[in-house]
Design a binder for this molecule. Structure first.
Ligand code: ATP
Length: 437
């Protein structure tokens, strides 16, 4: 199974999905850059999430808060006081370990040397705002996007007047100075989150929580994730954060084992109360019908874009025998595939043929992400497109010049259909709009 991860990491670099960060300088440990296909896949995941959680609902609003927030935010949220891991250093090789990962708390897992006593290590990146570096200018890079939505609760009420229940959705970068990053992009120090804060009446929170767990499950399945590779694990009472009433982890069967993609929590009224106390502002909601003022409860589905992307890549990676060879392909859902169509001329030394193919590619580009490629023989071009998950390959051949038809090849079935050049756009539009099931 480790083999599968190696194949995926290698495909990502070779084909332009994900590169090691700062590669020419030998890399910055555990940082990753998304390349041409990676950025498309990432944008498609974010778009699918936004569509399902904002556009296709009547009770959700979008937001984009700043990464740097008033330092009091992190006092109110509890991050200054509680957001730490216990770490221990090896006295021999000086490597640092997260105590929770250690089998033996006294012995270095790498060199066998003696470990120091466990010490607290805050995971927030600290920096200074402006030219003066003293205690009064300390700011933190946000470790989660959630707080930007809590502190804007009154602005949302005053500007949009939503009625309970309603939610806010946000996608953005977060930073955590993780002690033990690893497993490719699974745990990094800079990552992107997709978070929802859904406000409801306290007595409805359990029902709303269950609804969100179901909705989030449906989202992964709708995007083609294999149902047997995803599980929803409810936390035991002793696993819950002190303010949370319930929490379910969405876990994916990665090659190294089941690991968290997303957490869905009932955070009660903890956050709004904390910010009310620290800011001195009244953050209660006023119910005009019942004439009562109260703190709503919050249900929070909080997921990571990078982990989600990695899970979809692992899930989509397929190898299958074709004649004497093995074909590697990414069976990504049509909404996630970075490239929808590739137009490939069968012969590149026939100018009319190249011209027809380029014209068709240009025409298709206006409707969906399309590429043109004539840099190899057709077999190789197909393999290239399969490996990055391109949905349809359209071949223009000599016959096309006469009958004005092209061959459209489906990525998964490899079936080929002859279609009139002037019908290709409609044909693909229909296919791309088709909903599964
Ligand atoms: P973990 O237990 O894996 O550290 P967490 O429970 O601390 O994660 P949350 O605080 O619930 O994570 O953050 C919500 C989501 O943000 C996670 O489910 C994950 O998808 C993503 N995330 C959190 N930390 C990281 C990280 N270091 N790298 C990549 N994604 C992350």
């Amino acid at each position: 199974m480790a083999d599968l991860m190696e194949k995926i990491v290698s495909l990502c670099k070779r084909r332009g999905f994900i590169f090691p960060g700062s590669d020419i300088y030998g890399g910055l440990a555990n940082s990753w850059d998304y390349g041409p296909y990676g950025v498309e896949l990432k944008n498609n995941i974010k778009r699918a999430w936004w569509k399902a959680n904002v556009y296709l609902r009547n009770d959700m609003l979008g937001m984009d808060a700043a990464i740097l927030m008033h330092p009091k935010t992190w006092e109110a949220s509890g991050h200054v006081e509680n957001f730490f891991d216990l770490k221990a250093d090896c006295k021999g090789c000086h490597k640092r370990f997260k105590v929770a990962d250690l089998k033996d708390r006294k012995k270095c897992p790498e060199c066998g040397g003696e470990l120091t006593e466990a010490r607290q290590f805050n995971l927030m990146f600290k920096t200074h705002s402006g030219p003066v570096e003293d205690a009064s200018t300390v700011v933190y890079l946000r470790p989660e996007t959630a707080q930007g939505m809590f502190v804007n609760f009154p602005n949302i009420l005053d500007s949009r007047h939503p009625k309970l229940p309603f939610g806010l959705a946000q996608i953005g970068k977060s930073f955590r100075n993780e002690i033990t990053p690893g497993n490719f992009t699974f745990r990094t120090r800079e990552f992107e989150q997709m978070e929802i804060e859904y406000f409801c009446r306290p007595e409805e929170s359990e029902k709303v929580y269950e609804e969100w767990v179901a909705a989030r499950k449906q989202w992964y399945l709708d995007l083609g994730m294999h149902p047997e590779h995803i599980r929803f694990r409810a936390h035991e009472k002793d696993e819950l954060a002190h303010y949370a009433r319930a929490c379910t982890d969405v876990e994916y069967a990665f090659p190294w084992g089941w690991s968290e993609l997303e957490g869905i929590a009932n955070r009660t009224d903890f956050d709004l109360k904390q910010h009310a106390q620290h800011s001195g502002k009244d953050l209660r909601y006023f119910d005009e019908v019942k004439k009562e003022r109260f703190y709503p409860y919050i249900i929070e589905p909080s997921g990571g874009v990078d982990r989600c992307l990695l899970a979809f890549l692992v899930d989509a990676y397929t190898e299958e025998p074709v004649k004497e060879e093995v074909r590697a392909l990414l069976k990504l859902h049509k909404d996630l595939a970075p490239i929808k169509a590739a137009v490939l001329p069968l012969l590149k030394n026939r100018p009319e043929l190249v011209e027809t193919a380029k014209k068709l590619a240009w025409d298709l580009k206006k409707s969906f992400v399309t590429v043109y490629d004539d840099t190899a023989a057709i077999g190789k071009l197909y393999r290239r497109q399969d490996e990055v998950g391109t949905l349809y390959c359209i071949t223009v051949d000599v016959q096309s010049l006469e009958d004005k038809q092209v061959t459209v090849r489906d990525r998964d079935s490899m079936q080929q259909e002859r279609i009139s050049i002037d019908k290709v756009k409609d044909y693909l539009t229909d296919k791309l709009n088709e909903t599964a099931g």
